[in-house]
Design a binder for this molecule. Structure first.
Ligand code: ZN
Length: 263
């Protein structure tokens, strides 16, 4: 049965998906997506790794699951090709995907979701759902391997794209891609600032404890290692940070008590 016969063409979601299927029918050099033969609400897509990144030369294939309320609700994107940036077989978190329905606009489309996916690939994962933190080398190896990757439904994915340039981005789409880049920059800056603050706070506490010790005429060595950026996420968690502060305060109190009672 053809898709036209299977679905109620008066439904706005069906009409919209039929229109998008027509618009996306021709493969481009950056992306291609089409509905499964027997299900208009599941699509398979292929995107090309963005140039000048560790994904360059890679082909990435996945599923798009459309909610029955599409386009009022966002599509869910699941990657199938191992890539080192997003977990495979798991709904991934783009600010526009199903994990953040509040930021989705009904005027956005499957094409917008694919453009966002490509824009998100080189951006640091910052621990969001479905994200992976592989090294650049590991991602390059996966990009090379992806050329031979095959989908059980669609076949070899490297053959799914063409040399046709993508239609020009609308104003809305380019604003949206800019927002993704800005958001990523903010995330990176925020991470750096919190590391610096953490180091400053630890140094201040170390100074305070050493001053107290010096005034006591006793010698205390407090070991404060510098904060590795990898550890900062852990330390950022309030519980651990509170524990560190608690231990340092206890040390100071002990030193004061020692002075009062033993000198
Ligand atoms: Zn497929």
């Amino acid at each position: 049965m053809s898709l036209e016969m299977k679905y109620n063409l008066k439904s706005p979601g069906v009409k919209r998906l039929m229109r998008e299927a027509c618009e996306l029918a021709e493969p481009t050099e950056e992306y291609h997506a089409c509905p499964l033969e027997d299900n208009l609400f599941e699509w398979h897509f292929t995107v090309k790794g963005p140039p000048s990144t560790e994904f360059e030369g890679g082909y990435y294939h996945g599923r798009i699951l459309l909610p029955s309320q599409y386009p009022m609700q966002p599509p869910n994107i699941i990657l199938l090709t191992p890539n080192g940036r997003f977990e495979v077989n798991k709904k991934i978190c783009l600010s526009i995907s199903g994990h953040h329905p509040e930021s989705w606009q009904p005027s956005w489309s499957i094409r917008t979701a694919l453009l966002a996916l490509i824009a998100f690939m080189p951006i640091p994962s910052s621990g969001t759902i479905g994200s992976l933190d592989y090294t650049a080398e590991e991602r390059q190896i996966l990009a090379r391997k992806s050329v031979h990757w095959e989908c059980s439904n669609c076949g070899k994915i490297a053959n799914k794209l063409s040399t046709v340039k993508i239609p020009e981005l609308t104003q809305e789409e380019s604003n949206f891609i800019k927002q993704i880049a800005l958001k990523a920059e903010e995330d990176v800056n925020r991470k750096e600032v919190s590391n610096e603050e953490l180091n400053d706070n630890l140094m201040d506490l170390q100074d305070t404890v050493q001053q107290r010790s010096a005034s006591n005429g006793t010698y205390t060595e407090l070991q404060t290692s510098t904060v590795d950026p990898k550890d900062s996420e852990l330390l950022n968690q309030n519980g651990i940070w509170n524990a560190v502060v608690g231990i340092l305060i206890s040390a100071i109190v002990l030193l004061i008590l020692r002075r009062v009672f033993f000198l």
